[in-house]
Design a protein around this ligand. Sequence first.
Ligand code: ME8
Length: 506
Amino acid sequence: MSRQKLYVTSPLYYVNDNPHIGHAYTNLACDVWARFMRLDGHDVFFLTGTDEHGQKVEKSAELAGLSPKDFVDEKSQSFRDLFKAFDFSNNDFIRTTEPRHKKAVHHIWNLLLERDQIYLSSYSGWYAIRDEAFYNESELIDGKAPTGAPVEWVEEPCYFFRLSAWQDRLLEFYEKHPDFMHPRSRGNEVLSFVRGGLKDLAVSRTTFKWGIPVPNDPTHVMYVWFDALTNYITALDYPNENWQQDFWANAHHVMGKDILRFHAVYWPAFLMAADLMPPKQIVAHGWWTNEGEKISKSLGNVINPFDLIEKYGLDQTRYFLMREVSFGNDGNFSHQAVVKRMNSELANDLGNLVQRVLVQVSKNCAQKVPEKGTLLPQDSALIEKAYKTLEQVRHEFWHWGFHKALDQIWEVIGDANRYIDEQAPWGLKKTDLKRMETVLYTLCETIRVVGLLVQPFIPKTANQILDLVGVKSEYRDFAHILSALVSGVDLPQPNVLFPRFVEEAA
Ligand code: ME8
């Protein structure tokens, strides 16, 4: 496939609270995808950042006894710290309080006003601060938002966006672009919402101050979602003349299922109204629970992602989050499940394979890439399967099937483990040294390919593996998948990749 410019974004997280596992998860998915696509030769722009305006943030600042500005500066930094700790490869970190963003939002607002897409009226209805969302009476369940958030009655002058006028064009757009919402099952929820009829959307507020002022009417601040969604184009230098539209043409917005409606309905409508192209794809993943319970501050079971990497290790945490649930579905975090995957799939399957092979290479092949010799069909079968896995993994990445990609890679690891047991190179040491070298060469070559393929998921360990089999850094992208190891190259001393997790005695 030819080199493409690809744009992948996480949501901009509210800074009302500290980052938690959910934030780390969405960014991890973006990071793994971005890394894969870069290794596959594409030019990727990965954006993340913080959503700093609105009533929720204003209230949290008040509670913390800080000015909104001081509060958001501090909280935004904690997201930056988290992303650094997880080794995310984002190209930009945007804050909605930055001047570049204000400029973009003002521009698009004025454009919509000029086009008669925004008009002044007044709103009376329900609002949930926790969701920063307006709700119709008919949507409430037992007097609460469908999300369970408390609602309050609001009556205030507001600017409205003519969302109702876009209903048919949105439906037409969804029909023409069946892959717009991923997975399609979640897209169906959006379709029925739009088919149910769209009302005009309030896009400004007057009862608090912490937001981007409406141009020429500073008694209003913009509705936080109007402000926040626009960041996706701010970061590409909109509205400058040479803004990066080539990235925009391939925009993939990744998020949790909770905010699909904002991205799949409001955002494309704003863009179409401004005569801009909607994003290419909206990717919604599921919800994490903790040991079976909904994660919430009031239940006191929020999972701190810094603690996870401290306790289990970074690559172990990254692997677990990507492997445990099929992307798109809900998933449950449990300590037992992490330990099980760490010990069986990382320490045993992958770690032991690399360790067993490289210790033998070190002892019996003078710590050099073994002599390839003549491959037998079983040797070629293993290596060929490893090569072919790239194709399958690539297919999974284009369909957001991270867990399936890992399944494919672990199938090769499983085959390599069976192969080593069947070929028993330790026995060949006494009977057939040449054959031993070929078997170990076959294993090293398979490990090289596995090392290449796991890079997006567990980058640090992948680098260690590739170092151990002597792959130079410029040979680590997927264009070099067939650049087989050269016999005789010196290798470093093997080391343990994944220590087993041992429970502390009570
Ligand atoms: O919605 N499981 O910000 P937010 C999985 N500012 N993912 C979770 C999760 C969980 N339990 N909890 C949170 C906002 N997430 C807006 C976005 S975008 C222009 C504006 C993740 O801080 C998931 O990605 O409430 C979800 O969509 C996001 O955090 C919500 O983050």
